[in-house]
Design a protein around this ligand. Structure first.
Ligand SMILES: [Fe+2]
Length: 465
């Protein structure tokens, strides 16, 4: 692309000097579009045609001097080279306060003039590029739907686009210089300050969701903040404001619904748990109705087992498991002839063999009920012993569920300490001595120690049940 020849206007009231200058400039390859003898005439020419550069003498005939005319011409965004024969302080001071690009002092030579023209045209073209670029970015930023602002280290707005002015509800001119913090509820002011202090020396962008009080209403925004440090200037932060009020409202409504549904489910769940517990207690009572000698046995075993499980810091699931399994652990006795259960003497071998099938019968009765806990398995294993001498499967230590090992200890303590058809109560001390003596042989030592501690520290007694 062929570059256009720059058009220069000479403003000079001495004809001979003006013509000589014109001649020189044209020989440099520029186009002189006219010679104005006064500042007024120069302004007229500029209004009528395109001018790339003005060569302006400071001393002019007419009402305006060169400085006054130059001040008006600059508004047309045309660069000026002032020329003076007298570089006194007054002239230099006056030129300094215009946006003049250059000052030539007479007499100057051709080289000085050419350099001044070229440098001035180049500097102006550079400034135009910067201005165009700024204009492009400003247009882009102004057209964005997000609020864009620049704040300084005191959180005061240094720049705000139109959308941000709408968000905050203040005209741009009032927003500039205002403090962002004054639009935030107090606790968010502290939060924002804290985050800014933490990120003070970080180049990474960060985000924060905050409410902004806009026209008396609380609106929610996600702020994306990037730090930049300008040369020779204080810290500034580039902030993008994204309105998330609708999202927040939806989120709040959803949270409320989830909360409501969770409450309903919890209520339903606790009703179901209550029904389940009542059903299991009903089952437990059927055994006791048939066998009044062991009335309360299952309830007491369940109660002691639950306390042991709690004291051992087992999970809630395990605690519930021993509680429910304890309540029905002897349900298999339903199938044992009542006269054997009530026989007021020690049982013979055949009778004992019959009694020993009750865990398996209990298991068969319970295995098809879909308890959330392994109730049937615990019931099946509640007469197993850790040395493998138990029944029905002669399991050893780790093969026996922890919950069944707990019920085994609680069952023994309760049975010894209670009245039985073939003997009176031996008392709790005898019961505790027995399990202690068999600790590590028949019973899990950790569970025995735990049970002993519960009774001996008076944290538990069967009379509470
Ligand atoms: Fe039993």
């Amino acid at each position: 692309m062929k570059l256009k020849t720059p058009k220069i206007l000479i403003v000079e009231d001495e004809r001979i000097i003006a013509e000589a200058t014109k001649h020189i400039i044209e020989r440099f390859g520029y186009q002189v579009i006219g010679i104005a003898k006064s500042g007024e005439r120069a302004i007229e020419i500029i209004q009528q045609q395109h001018v790339d550069l003005v060569l302006m003498d400071i001393i002019l005939h007419g009402k305006m001097n060169g400085i006054e005319a130059g001040t008006i011409i600059q508004k047309f965004d045309i660069p000026i080279i002032f020329i003076t024969a007298n570089a006194n302080d007054k002239n230099l001071h006056a030129v300094k306060f215009t946006d003049a690009y250059n000052l030539l002092v007479k007499p100057y030579n051709k080289v000085d003039l050419k350099a001044a023209i070229e440098i001035t045209l180049y500097k102006h073209s550079m400034q135009l590029q910067v201005k165009n670029s700024e204009k492009k970015y400003r247009t882009l930023i102004e057209s964005l739907k997000e609020g864009i602002g620049i704040i300084d280290h005191n959180y005061c707005f240094f720049y705000a686009n139109h959308e941000l002015s709408k968000i905050i509800g203040l005209p741009e001119e009032k927003l500039i210089g205002s403090n962002l913090l004054k639009f935030l509820p107090e606790r968010y002011q502290l939060k924002l300050r804290g985050i800014f202090e933490n990120k003070h020396n970080s180049d990474e962008a960060f985000e924060i969701s905050i409410p902004i009080i806009s026209s008396g209403q609380n609106k929610f925004f996600k702020l994306k903040i990037t730090h930049f440090l300008e040369k020779l200037e204080t810290n500034k932060w580039f902030v993008i404001f994204n309105d998330i009020t609708d999202l927040k409202i939806t989120q709040t409504v959803l949270e409320e619904k989830v909360f409501e549904r969770t409450n309903e489910l919890n209520k339903l769940n606790s009703q179901l748990s209550k029904i389940l517990e009542e059903t299991v207690q009903g089952l437990s009572r059927t055994v006791e109705i048939r066998d009044p000698y062991t009335a309360g046995h299952q309830r007491k075993v369940s109660s002691l087992s639950t306390e042991i499980a709690k004291a051992l810091n087992l999970t809630n699931f395990q605690i519930e498991s021993v509680k429910f399994a304890g309540l029905v652990h002897d349900i298999g006795n339903m199938k044992i002839p009542i006269e054997i259960l009530h026989r007021p003497r020690k049982l013979n071998k055949a009778e004992l063999a019959l009694i020993k099938i009750h865990p398996k019968i209990g298991y068969d009765l319970l295995k098809n009920i879909h308890f959330p806990w392994p109730v049937a398995d615990i019931v099946l294993q509640h007469h197993e012993k850790i040395n493998g001498s138990g029944y029905p499967n002669a399991l050893e230590f780790d093969d026996i569920l922890k919950e069944a090992r707990i019920i085994s200890v609680a069952d023994t303590i309760e049975a010894i300490s209670s009245h039985r058809p073939y003997r009176g109560s031996l008392g709790i001390d005898k019961a505790l001595d027995f399990v202690n003596a068999k600790k590590g042989i028949l019973y899990d030592p950790e569970i025995v120690d735990c049970a002993l501690l519960l009774f001996k520290s008076n944290k538990y007694t069967f009379s509470d049940v």
